[in-house]
Design a protein around this ligand. Sequence first.
Ligand code: TXA
Ligand code: MG
Length: 325
Amino acid sequence: MTTIEKACEVLANGGVIGMPTETVYGLAGSIKSEKSIKNIFSIKERPFFDPLIVHVSSQAMAKSLVKEWPMLAEKLADAFWPGPLTIVLPKSNHVSDLITSGLESVGLRCPNHKLALELIETIGHGLAAPSANKFTKTSPTTAQHVKDEFNNEVIVLDGGPCEVGIESTVVGIEENTIKIYRPGKITRQDILELFSNNALIDASSEILVEYTSSPVAPGQLNHHYMPEAPVILCSESCAEKLQEKLNELDKKLTAKAVFWYVPKDPIIAARELYAKFRELSNEFPSSIIVQLDSSIIDIEQDCWRGIINRLTKAASYNLLSKDHS
Ligand code: TXA
Ligand code: MG
């Protein structure tokens, strides 16, 4: 593993490092180095059309990277930064087209992790960082996951296991509407509450907050976050029937199906999700059956939105009745 000084040296030389954040580990490169940014895309095997987000250590640093800093951005940043919220804004010329895949906007996030903030402060400018996994695969939530993902070829700043466990909420701002492109720990409800209590906003201009999809976000692709073994997502009643069938099938196969019962607390469920996917995949199962007990978990609740979104996209078969993508 590595130190801040060593990480800065690698970044300054156009390399990339595994960076801890409170959500998932990122594969970080310097926004000042074209080589570093190109390295991110090639190591991750990520297509160039998929934009990277830039991590900053302060609102001042964020402002230096955008053309506009609207009042809604300021309110969001005041309330949720440092934290798991990425805000998409019109980019300034300081942000290269390579980072934004030619888009006129850039996603900015101030991570709530001591080491990440210290690293960005020390290097003195933003770090582009997608999640540190191969494109479409499961995001890493420990330093060891990053090492495993890239066969020990990437040095990692070890910041311990990630608290949140799923990627940040990504929002865009269109006049008085906040569009949630990717759901995460910060929910629509959290954002609505912020603005309903905000006396500084003109009472006549109601702030709308809506879930929507962004054609440029890979989280919007149907398959994403996938572990090595196929995932079957189902309710408990369905799992019983499925188990009988799988028992028959497993007799014919050498591999067995394994189960994960989603914890009833969404904070714990999000924190454990990706580590569980990796741990269970390591058993080389025929499939991972992810079971949601609907008598305990109300998947319609906003706090489950981000988790159901990741599970739905990771699943090869989704036997839950509703589509929560
Ligand atoms: O929690 C996170 O956000 C983690 C940690 C490392 O910070 N990062 C992460 O990055 O999840 P990535 O690249 O895996 O996901 C960023 C998402 C993608 O869906 C990307 O398409 C979207 O943000 N995005 C980036 N720039 C955008 C833009 N200008 N407009 C719309 N979406 C954008
Ligand atoms: Mg990702």
